[in-house]
Design a protein around this ligand. Sequence first.
Ligand code: NAP
Length: 530
Amino acid sequence: MDYWPTLYVFVLATFIGMGIIRRVSRLLHTPLMSLTNAISAIAVVGSILLTGGDYPTRIRVMGDAANQFGYLVASALFIFALHWMNAPTTARKGVYAGVAATALAVIVTWAEPSVIHHQWIILAIIAGFVVGVPLSRVPLTAVPQRTALSHAFGGAAAGLVGTAEFYLRLSEGAEALTRFQMVALIAEVLLGYLTFTGSLMAAGKLQELKWVPQRPVTYPLQNVINFLLFGVAIVLAIAITVRPDAPWAPVAFGGVIVLALLFGILLIIPIGGADMPTVIAILNSYAGLSAVAMGFVLDNKLLITAGALDGSSGLILAIIMCKAMNRSFTNVLFGAFGQVQQTQAGGEEQVYKSETSEGAAQVLEQANLVVIIPGYGMAVSQAQHKVRELYDQLKKRGITVKFAIHPVAGRMPGHMNVLLAEADIPYTDLVEMDEINPDMPQADVALVVGANDVVNPAARTDKTSPIYGMPIIDADKARTVFAIKRSKRPGFAGIDNQLYFGDRTWMLFGDAKSVIGELVKQLASGSGMH
Ligand code: NAP
């Protein structure tokens, strides 16, 4: 097999992916994550070929021109799908293009003459629907763990296809696999199984399952042990690549699989729940790369293109998230963040000032500029529709209302945008952190709705804080701050927030949805309407 054209496709598709993903609007990072998640399901193409293929009498070669044309159209549609995610006005079209591309890829592959065992494919599709449909119905707050679960399935599919491919080809004689394909196969299996167990662990941490430790678990020489294990896997991989016909090769291949499964778990154990969204983006990248490797093995350019787009997307999203949290990539992967975060025992007990919804409504009515800062708490209480009512009430009074969007507010990139869009709040009133911060001193009211870390001034001033250096929304610079949360508990990073004790801050304790409901009631009843 001439592998240069496939390598060419891989490199070009990666560059296209990087170029397009970088331009995707921040507002759309969550839909982008879901879209690339769906694209990584392209592994199904390999599964269809392998399960339904007339194997081993005919090695799968996608020679048919109609077939290749279908793949070409699907590849172009994938690129358009991602390109259209760069603006909210075209995003829907992007999702439809992605769905059309995957459907086309599946149909074209299934129509391959060598695919004859249809019963298995139909069974697998039914099984996919049985699992997939309920999975798609989870609430928005559970989307990160749902995404992780989907990655686990994608990884398992790639790993299983690679495993089957290896043993099937071995039964045909070792020469059925070129050295290049062998290297790709090992990469596919390593990345596939590692993504499988790693994603399961990530989903467990995010779902806060009892038997998956949330806190980073560390032990002496952890990174050394991980690297050693990885080293053993690589040595085995090289041995199999050099001597695939050796009697010990099938067993050694099994060893690589076990090590990859183990490695997925060990890689995630030392990472705290806080870093899971970033880890998911990285796992997305791995799932994409294992699809690329599958494409090399099966000589399938569609798998390579879609996998490369997926791989670059995951990588870029992870980098964006790291930047927004002021963390380095290696720090996320090996840093055991969130391990020792005792809240400092400050001298005297600080006190919160509370305000009633009546009092807060009166202040809001007098404002010219109100900046609403949503955070994870808005997602938890599903307060976005009430927030919309508040927005309407304030707009009715001629007050300028803006939403300050922090890139990592909530639990996934673009989380707040999705919620606010669901409530039909015009995206022109959503302002990104860097743009709103210069206006914060002019804001009469900063209304913090279940946000905590993303408005914590310690990030600017306290060098000892674990979030020091993370860019924040300058809520503390507004003339008045109202902060809605249920209790005195800290946010995600587990640290206190001086904003709540500030001179100009008043707490509105309670569930975001009911507190904002109260504010809306006060405003609607016309209390103090001038
Ligand atoms: P946060 O720091 O987790 O704070 C959320 C606050 O909402 C909590 O203090 C909580 O206080 C409150 N809350 C929870 N349920 C509520 C309810 N029903 N009603 C009212 N308030 C409620 O959230 P954030 O400010 O959005 O910051 C996001 C954090 O996630 C950052 O640390 C960020 O680094 C991290 N993160 C985000 C991403 C991402 O992609 N978005 C990725 C990785 C990490 P009570 O419990 O007292 O109510």
